[in-house]
Structure formats: structure tokens, C-alpha cells
Write a protein that binds this ligand. Structure first.
Ligand code: AMP
Length: 249
């Protein structure tokens, strides 16, 4: 069984991004970039399937600029066997990414495609769902456990108020939630080995995908500054303020 993991290069989760002064977006010049954390979980899940003998090959795919090769190399260091970069300098939105992934999937014919539930830069949370719709494949989003058995997968989903267990027929799309696994620490020998693994570079034009954006960002704003709190002298004053000022009880 071939498994594909989609990996996006995003601003590292430790970086505190700043909104540009013209409010057109956030400033990502000179900031640390990393693999999207949910995609690291996707690669880890696919790698564990290979180690368990369930998967035979793990392919990491990224769409973006040539620097996304670094993200693919991280996936290869975790355990993916080879990488595919769909190279483009265009500003990518989820529909364009889903179309690019579909084009690669048409060629690769995997049984399972694992994506993150969301990319932590744009927080769109759309690509997996759009891809499932384009392919007309079953999807299991927000997965906290995935067990493959023959032509079916049993997926535990993180839903409001608990967990839902569903069965989906392969080929299928799965998106990862945080609890699916804890990605391994990438060792230096594996980083070195990853440098030698194959990485194919395609272009969006060769896949016949138009990457033009469909949405236009009108404005990006910093969240409003929180008002300072007040210290109250006793419980009675607190209850009085909650009742009469905040009017929440
Ligand atoms: P989003 O819908 O943008 O929140 O992204 C959800 C998931 O889709 C990510 O966690 C990735 O697995 C995948 N994805 C999004 N953008 C890309 C990209 N440019 N290249 C590869 N995978 C992507």
C-alpha cells in the first residue's frame, strides 16, 4: 500500500509573527520556517504504517517555492521514502493545492493520503476536504487514530464532546489531529540519509493546474489588546461585579 503525506512549509510555530504596516498580511521575511506541525504528524503516521508492514512506500508531497524542498527533506528524515515538489512561486490557496495534489495522486495511485487538519499559517482547514471532493474519495478528518485493515481503515475522529469511530473504504483521505501521535525526534544520521533520497520536482504548468488565487485578502489586523484586569478585595465584591458590571451571572 502506497501512502502519501502532504507537507507544507510554514512559519515555525514558535515565531511571533507581526502584521505588516500596510495590513496586507504578516511579515515572513527572515523568520524561521518549518514543516507544518500537523503534517509532521501525518508523515509520522505514514512512517509507522510502513514500519508495521502496513504500508510499502511513503511519498511526501509539497507545493510551493523551491525552499519547500527543505520541508520535504524533513519528511524524508522522519521516514518518507521519496519526495515530490510541485514548484510554483504563486501565492497558493487551498483549492489550487488540492488540484495540484489531485494531479500527483492521479499519477501515483496511492491507497491513503494523509494531510494535516490545518496549516498553522493561514488556518484554512480546507485542503483535505477539497481534495476528497475533487477525487470523490471518502474522507476522515481530525483523526486521532487510524488502523488499516485490508481495503478499509477504521478512524477515530476528534469531535465536539468526544470521539467518533468511522470506517472508510480505501483509497481515502485522512487529516490528522494533534493526538494522532507524537512525531519522533529527527536524528542527524537520518538527516544525512534523507539528503540521498529521491526528490522529484514538477511544475504546476506540467500538471495543468492554474494556481491563481480565488480569494483576495482585504485586511489583516492584530488582535485587540486585552484590557488589564482588576484585583478585588473579597468574594462578595467579585460576585457583585460579575452580577452588576459584567452582567454574566
Ligand atoms: P489548509 O487547508 O491550508 O489549512 O491545510 C491543510 C493541510 O493541507 C496541511 O496540513 C497540509 O497537509 C496540506 N497542505 C496545505 N497547503 C499545502 C502545500 N502548499 N503543500 C502541501 N500540502 C499542503
Amino acid at each position: 500500500m502506497k501512502v502519501i503525506a502532504a507537507v507544507k512549509r510554514v512559519v515555525d510555530y514558535n515565531v511571533k509573527v507581526r502584521v505588516k504596516s500596510d495590513q496586507t498580511g504578516v511579515d515572513i521575511g527572515n523568520v524561521k520556517m518549518s514543516i507544518n506541525p500537523f503534517d509532521e504528524i501525518a508523515v509520522e503516521a505514514a512512517t509507522r504504517m510502513k514500519e508495521a508492514g502496513v504500508a510499502t512506500e511513503v511519498v511526501a508531497i509539497s507545493c510551493g517555492t523551491t525552499q519547500s524542498q527543505e520541508t520535504i527533506r524533513t519528511a524524508l528524515a522522519i521516514g518518507a521514502d521519496r519526495g515530490v515538489l510541485v514548484e510554483t512561486d504563486a501565492e497558493l490557496q487551498p483549492l489550487a493545492v488540492a488540484k495540484m495534489l489531485r494531479a500527483v495522486i492521479d499519477k501515483e495511485q496511492p491507497s491513503l493520503v494523509i494531510l494535516g487538519k490545518q496549516a498553522i499559517d493561514d488556518d484554512a482547514g480546507q485542503t483535505g476536504q477539497l481534495l476528497a471532493a475533487l477525487l470523490d474519495w471518502p474522507q476522515a478528518t481530525f483523526a486521532s487514530n487510524v488502523e488499516v485493515d485490508g481495503a478499509w481503515a477504521t478512524v477515530t475522529r476528534e469531535v465536539d464532546g468526544g470521539q467518533e469511530v468511522i470506517s472508510i473504504k480505501l483509497p481515502a483521505i485522512v487529516t490528522t489531529d494533534l493526538r494522532l501521535n507524537e512525531p519522533r525526534y529527527v536524528t542527524l544520521p537520518n538527516i544525512m540519509k534523507a539528503k540521498k533520497k529521491p526528490l522529484e520536482v514538477l511544475t504546476s504548468a506540467s500538471l495543468n493546474v492554474d494556481p491563481s488565487p480565488r480569494l483576495k485578502t482585504l485586511r489583516v489586523e492584530e488582535p485587540a489588546a486585552r484590557k488589564p484586569g482588576v484585583r478585588v478585595s473579597d468574594v462578595a465584591t467579585l460576585v457583585d461585579k460579575l452580577k452588576n458590571e459584567a452582567k454574566v451571572i
